[in-house]
Design a protein. Sequence first.
Length: 240
Amino acid sequence: MKFKPLIIGNWKLNLFREEAFNLIEFIVKNTPASFKGDIAVAPVMVLLQSIAEKVHGSRIQVSAQNIFHMQNGAYTGESSVRHIKELGVSMAIVGHSERKQYFGETLKHVCLKIKACLLEQVVPVVCIGEKKIESAEIVLNKQLDYILTTISDAQFHNIIIAYEPIWAIGKKVKIDISRTEKIFKLLRKKIGNNTRLLYGGSVTPKNAKDLAQILNINGFLVGSASLSPSMFIEIIKAYL
Ligand code: PGA
């Protein structure tokens, strides 16, 4: 299957209200019309609604950075998929490595969140990736084996997998293109042809063009470079 590229800007815990508004206005105005893919931004939870209003009528979608798997109940401080969907959000990042590192999320939580998203027709962007000292092949296989048990064949086109080597996140490392290509070949073989595969970790305007050439990469999950208006647009242009 030929996928449209998807570029997601993960703003993490950055950008206060005015800064976020300025950035989204820039993106809406400056996304080249010749880019035929999809674009999404993931602001902090409390700005989801206002950013969704700002992009209304444009081609930009809004993603949550996280959700809780229960729809409602006594879970102080959480927001469910239904809550974010009501705000106009169409995607949710699930299982980002920072959630695992700082908030104790496990693969079990990730699977519950995927299920919750699929129930509400919100697209889960499921993050996988290995630590520096781990074997990518072993870890990715294990993570995918676990995750894939929660997804029926018919649901594969409703999820997105983002491969983010943990050692490349927020580190501005040099990406080994041929190694990345090899890993995506394995991922594609394992996951089949119905699911979009994104790359994330140290994506910049400099490496985006080379990464975009890799056949099995269908777009990017961008962290720090997505906070720079010009860099984010340059990254989108890698797919022109
Ligand atoms: P980075 O982050 O682009 O800053 O490496 C990527 C991510 O965390 O999704």
